[in-house]
Design a protein around this ligand. Structure first.
Ligand code: AHR
Length: 346
């Protein structure tokens, strides 16, 4: 933004031909790419392309794969971008390393999907000093200075958790179990990630309204299927009367379902244990159709075009909304899932 404008003015002053001008100072010698980086360094043939560094969390879930694909298919050279993509393998230190590499490469914009909410002040100060605008996508950061980022776009995780709790209350009521004692376990996401913090808080808000609901245990499944299965196996060993398992993403739910079946129990609308997930990925629809999963609460991963819109506005000198929530729905087995599934984009 500001850095790009200054760079263009400097170029004109030096009467260097525009054809030779690479956007946002991308003619700066590039440092060694960070581990996991796929886009490589900013090359001198970046021309007028807008260079965007994306510090992605990892590849832990179907949701994350769809999110990565959304960025890769949006930030293409055809559309005027050079994308430098970094997969942090769910480690904050890798994301910080990636952001520092983006700063060294003098990218035009830095996009971050922060693995956890805290611990970002120093590196964002460095981006600010370098004059590089930072856009947050998907998860949030807790920052003392909101000026350290230009905008955030993502899901309302607290609302997702509350919707899940409200759905459970309605579902139990419809089954004539509204006053029954209900034992619940939660397989949380990565501890400290906005999606975990918000969903735990949101479901907790509804749990607090139901004296007959008991949260037996909560443990992290790291948003992965393998860890979700492991945690559910341990829950099933510790508690013999689980009524509901809240999985903070669909992949954890798939793992939990495997663990429930392996323990000789059943799940889904006709089973012993009610299983719910978050994200609403295609595989969750298949699981509901198969009668394993009861419900999934949507979290939309298609942020590439949303971030593109933010960048376009900034490039045009327009203001952008600081906090941009995406509308999200939920799906359960009472719906016509066979018709909805083919229409799902992820
Ligand atoms: O931050 C969004 C969450 O991260 C999704 O629910 C999950 O699948 C992903 O890992």
């Amino acid at each position: 933004m500001k850095k790009r404008v200054l760079s263009i003015i400097a170029m004109l002053a030096m009467t260097v031909s525009m054809a030779a001008c690479s956007s946002g100072g991308s003619d700066t010698p590039a440092p060694t790419p960070t581990e996991g980086e796929e886009g490589g360094e900013v090359s001198s043939d970046a021309g007028d392309l807008i260079t965007v560094g994306y510090a992605q969390v990892g590849a832990e879930s179907d949701w994350r794969t769809a999110n990565t694909e959304s960025f890769k298919s949006t930030f293409t050279e055809d559309k005027g971008y050079k994308l430098i993509f970094d997969d942090a393998q769910q480690k904050q230190e890798n994301q910080i390393k990636a952001i520092r590499s983006f700063i060294q490469q003098d990218v035009d914009y830095i996009v971050v999907a922060p693995v956890v909410e805290t611990g970002w002040e120093t590196v964002l100060e460095e981006a600010k000093e370098a004059g590089i605008p930072v856009i947050l996508s998907d998860r949030m950061m807790q920052l003392s200075d909101d000026e350290l980022y230009v905008a955030w776009v993502g899901g309302n995780f607290v609302k997702e958790g509350e919707t899940c709790g409200e759905w459970l209350a309605d579902y139990l009521e419809a089954q004539g179990r509204g006053s029954e004692d209900i034992n619940i376990v939660t397989i949380q996401g990565t501890i400290g990630a906005s999606a975990q913090v918000g969903r735990t808080e949101g479901f907790g808000n509804i749990l607090a309204q139901h004296d007959n609901w008991k949260m037996l245990d909560m443990q992290s499944g790291e948003f992965t299927q393998a860890k979700g299965q492991e945690v559910m196996e341990s829950f099933l060993k510790s508690y013999d009367d689980i009524d509901v398992v809240i999985c903070e993403n669909d992949n954890e739910a798939f793992g939990a379902i495997d663990a429930i079946k392996a323990a000789g129990k059943t799940c889904g609308p006709d089973g012993d244990i009610i299983v719910v997930g978050f994200d609403s990925v295609k595989a969750a629809f298949e699981s509901m159709i198969a009668g394993d999963l009861n419900a999934t609460f949507e979290c939309n991963p298609l942020h590439g075009p949303r971030v593109d819109e933010i960048i376009k506005k900034l490039e045009a000198g327009e203001s952008v909304e600081k906090i941009q929530y995406v509308d999200e729905a939920y799906f359960d087995t009472s719906m016509d899932l066979e018709t909805i599934l083919p229409e799902r984009a992820y």
